[in-house]
Design a binder for this molecule. Structure first.
Ligand code: F0G
Length: 459
């Protein structure tokens, strides 16, 4: 008999979690203004809010923490981190930052030098878009249109449309400081980008004299999908694939809280000295001195180990297979989600489930609330609330997808937890037609409103 698949690790430490009653959750959610970001984590049973900084570190990472060098300048831990990044990406210049958006802040401060600049990308993550729009510049989405059809099964659904990209490059010549290529493409469902598309995107940008910055939060998962799905890569190692991915690009911004397997941290890396020099000037005032940026020595030490550990095939395989396990359960129950399942999360198609809730009442946010009420499972809305208002017209942006994202933390929950999540969602799905009203906004921030928005039930 063939042996079944099992995790490439065993558990050394556990953290108790608590269940609650529906009555308690009704009360707590009301107090949180129907925004699950406002819930205390003690009030959550299974937390799928994000896979960012929520994973479990390995014994090797914890051991590395003890060896962290906390010197203000020239810390050994920085050089360990720099060497790991160089080995995996080939980039020579490294600036540590406290997380991904801090890397974006430093880099965009250096390159978005005037208002009105344009930054094309395959569905910029919300902080990326926020940093661009905050500087009165424009983020233009050039993701392939197929990504919006949640039921279409294509292997690399996060790709860049070269046609859309070229149009932007042509129309904005001299006004594009960089293109942002996000792997995997979080916003459209953790969907991967093929090596071919990475290469062609970079070649096209370079033809127009535009540099490419890879938003690399989940670059290892992307490499895994290239290995599994793209012709010619089955026999390559994850490390070889990562190296090739970065070889076409000019720089990366990294949220190390995802594929770096740490709870906090990030960095910028590049092959270009001029970009490094420009970023340095903003790293020091915003983050810290160049050899720690926003990180402790021990955090850099743990990240160096995490990057090497996660670029081993078995580690990333274990991770993606758990997400696939949950997706198979949802298939059994007929629950629609962005297909095929991506690397870090399930993106449930709320528009297809809560068909009686009008878009003005935010179906995905409503579904997020219902799932929490059902079983204490916290997901998050990646939809109309997250999309913010158009900076010019101030209208809600209803043009994209309206999804409930269920993120799976790395090395944290077991497949029994996945079974609970799936059952809870099935229960909501089975009573979907009785859900006819959603939520309305009572207070919102001007930018990145989804973190702090306050809502109330409609009726
Ligand atoms: N880029 C991508 C693709 C991301 O998914 C994130 C964060 C960032 C940049 C910003 O990094 O959080 O370290 O500042 N994504 C988290 C999420 C928050 O839940 O998807 P950060």
């Amino acid at each position: 008999m063939e042996l079944p698949f099992a995790e490439a690790w065993k558990i050394k430490m556990v953290e108790p979690i608590k269940k609650s009653t529906r009555e308690q959750r009704e009360q707590w959610l009301k107090e949180a203004h129907y925004n699950v970001f406002m819930l205390e984590s003690e009030k959550i049973y299974i937390d799928c809010l994000t896979d960012s900084g929520t994973g479990a570190m390995s014994d090797r990472q914890w051991a590395a923490m003890m060896t962290g060098d906390e010197s203000y300048a020239g810390a050994r831990s920085f050089y360990e981190l720099k060497a790991a990044i160089k080995d995996i990406t080939g980039f020579d210049y490294v600036i540590p930052t406290h997380q991904g958006r801090a890397a974006e802040n430093v880099m965009f401060s250096a390159i978005l030098t005037k208002q009105g600049m344009v930054v094309p990308g395959n569905a910029h993550f919300d902080t990326t878009k926020g940093h661009i729009e905050f500087r009165k510049c424009t983020a233009i989405d050039v993701t392939i249109p197929e990504a919006k059809n949640t039921q279409l099964e294509i292997p690399f659904k996060g790709e860049v449309s070269l046609e859309l990209l070229e149009k932007v490059l042509k129309e904005n010549q001299g006004n594009i400081p960089c293109m942002v290529l996000t792997v995997t493409n979080n916003t459209v469902g953790g969907q991967p980008v093929s090596m071919k598309n990475i290469r062609e995107t970079c070649e096209l940008c370079h033809k127009y004299g535009v540099r490419v910055n890879i938003d690399s939060a989940r670059f290892v998962e992307n490499a895994y999908f290239i290995k599994m799905r793209e012709e010619g890569y089955a026999d390559k190692t994850i490390r070889e694939i990562c190296k090739e991915m970065f070889s076409y690009a000019d720089s990366m911004t990294m949220s190390a809280k995802k594929d770096g397997l740490v709870n906090m941290g990030g960095f910028i890396a590049t092959r270009h000295e001029d970009l490094y020099e420009a970023c340095k000037a903003f790293c020091i005032p915003f983050e810290g001195f160049l050899t720690y940026g926003g990180m402790n020595g021990r955090d850099m030490a743990a990240l160096a180990v995490g990057l090497r550990e996660n670029t081993e095939f078995e580690m990333v395989e274990t991770r993606v297979k758990q997400v696939e396990y949950l997706a198979k359960k949802l298939d059994e129950y007929g629950i629609p989600y962005q297909r095929p399942v991506g690397g870090h999360a399930i993106f449930v198609d709320a528009q297809k489930i809560l068909t009686k809730v009008p878009k003005e009442e935010f179906p995905a946010q409503t579904l997020t609330c219902e799932l929490y009420l059902e079983a204490g499972v916290r997901g998050c809305e990646i939809g109309y609330i997250l999309a913010d208002r158009d900076p010019v017209t101030r209208e809600n942006r209803f043009g994209g997808l309206d999804l409930l994202r269920l993120c799976i933390c790395r090395r944290t929950y077991t497949n029994n937890h996945m079974d609970v999540i799936a059952a809870a969602l099935k229960n909501v799905y089975d009573r979907r037609d009785s859900i006819t009203h959603g939520v309305k906004i009572t207070w919102e921030a001007e930018l990145m409103r989804h973190f702090t928005v306050q809502l109330d039930r409609v009726k």
